[in-house]
Design a protein around this ligand. Structure first.
Ligand SMILES: NC(=O)c1ccc[n+]([C@@H]2O[C@H](COP(=O)([O-])OP(=O)(O)OC[C@H]3O[C@@H](n4cnc5c(N)ncnc54)[C@H](O)[C@@H]3O)[C@@H](O)[C@H]2O)c1
Ligand SMILES: [Fe+2]
Length: 372
């Protein structure tokens, strides 16, 4: 059994003026681009293509929310004969995760041919540009689950906040709450360490400070830049420390009830913090977060309450409901599949690093309290 821990930064993270020039290093090579139809038509793809003008490019623009397996297989078939030297993923978490899953299949066709993965996020949310995770779904079976492998970590991440400028307030809020969930789960995770804490706590300082500004004014580029870096920092934190039950439940619920990932995480977060904080060590970690973001923390319990209240206030400001009913879930359907959701959350890879291990019965009652 391995007893040591390693912190494994692999991705070259590029930020600052003119960063898309980094793509010009792929001149003369074959480059496959994976994106979605919105970004393909939005001007973002044209900007990227401009910097790849000396490369031979093929574009797969069918990436879809939650990365359905059927889309992944179609993308892999498209690139099977093209034999790209690099895959560039352009978009939110869905296109980046689709690109990772496509790459895993395409690498299998010819394991001697090295294919680089370049991720260009256009939302400030998943941190997928630096993580070993790719969340895929099987809509027919109502399943959504993370693939986890160091092979999925991108080689290069290009953090251009200009590409996020067009994200509407709704997407900014949902994805921004995903950042906060990643960083909080990383801090209390069983895999947390000083290196992951450094990234997670900085991510939280930036996200609590700048998310309201990015939400109110999408052209506030200082806020957009801060949120883009916060998202990446949170990604570094959780890919090393692990996530927790919040994400385990979000995958189990999201796959079956088709709910937006970040918004669902935000709804779950205050409830999960209160439940996890029953362990004194975890309560102290939440209180450390509260102190870092400038809240009043006379005791660990007060720190937990202050953090929960802060998140509830953000959710209210962003119009994020506090119950599944408020998210539009059919409660009869929810009750019918509740124990199936609890079982799926228990089996989810993210749940393993939660600081408190739930029983199926505890999960069932947590879920019941969310219905509304
Ligand atoms: N791989 C990981 O580490 C990881 C971590 C957390 C979540 N995820 C997964 O990522 C997916 C969610 O990703 P997401 O939250 O980034 O959303 P997304 O990629 O599904 O995008 C949401 C919507 O925003 C649009 N959009 C994206 N960028 C835009 C821009 N700049 N301007 C305007 N519209 C834009 C998209 O076209 C889409 O309609 C989920 O499947 C989730 O489970 C992955
Ligand atoms: Fe997430």
């Amino acid at each position: 059994m391995t007893r040591y821990t390693s912190f494994h930064p692999k991705t070259e993270i590029v930020f600052g003026p003119g960063l898309l020039d980094r793509l010009e290093a792929f001149g003369g090579q074959r480059v496959g681009i994976v994106t979605d139809s919105f970004l393909a038509g939005s001007g973002a793809l044209q900007r990227v293509m401009h910097h790849l003008r000396d490369a031979e490019v093929q574009v797969f623009e069918d990436a879809a929310p939650e990365s359905p397996l059927e889309v992944v297989q179609r993308g892999a078939r498209m690139f099977e004969n093209f034999k790209p030297d690099a895959i560039v993923a352009l978009g939110g978490g869905s296109p980046i995760d689709a690109a990772k899953a496509i790459l895993a299949i395409v690498r299998g066709f010819d394991s001697d041919h090295r294919i680089q993965l370049v991720a260009i996020p256009t939302t400030s949310g998943t941190g997928s540009e630096v993580t070993a995770y790719a969340v895929v779904s099987d809509p027919a079976k109502g399943l959504k689950f993370p693939l986890v492998s160091q092979e999925l970590v991108p080689d290069i991440a290009l953090l251009d906040p200009e590409l996020v400028r067009t994200a509407p307030a709704r997407v900014t809020a949902d994805t921004g709450m995903d950042v906060i969930t990643h960083a909080i789960e990383a801090v209390v995770s069983t895999g947390a360490n000083n290196f992951s804490d450094a990234c997670a706590e900085k991510a939280l300082e930036l996200a609590f400070g700048y998310l309201p500004r990015a939400y109110e004014d999408g052209d506030d580029m200082e806020a957009r830049d801060a949120m883009h870096q916060a998202s990446c920092l949170a990604g570094i934190a959780f890919t090393n420390a692990g996530l927790g039950l919040n994400h385990g439940l979000a995958h189990a619920l999201g796959g079956r009830l088709h709910l937006v990932h970040g918004r669902l995480n935000a709804l779950l977060l205050p409830v999960l913090i209160a439940w996890n904080a029953e362990a004194p060590k975890t309560a102290r970690r939440y209180a450390r977060i509260s102190r870092r973001i400038g809240l009043d923390v006379p005791s660990p319990r007060a720190g937990v309450r202050a953090l929960t209240r802060e998140i509830e206030a953000l959710n209210k400001r962003f119009g994020i409901p506090s119950t599944l009913k408020g998210m539009g879930v059919d409660l009869n359907e929810f009750c019918r599949i509740r124990s199936e959701i609890a079982a799926a959350a228990l089996a989810d890879a993210c749940t393993a690093s939660n600081p408190r291990t739930p029983t199926q019965a505890e999960l069932d009652s947590l879920l019941a309290s969310l219905a509304g």
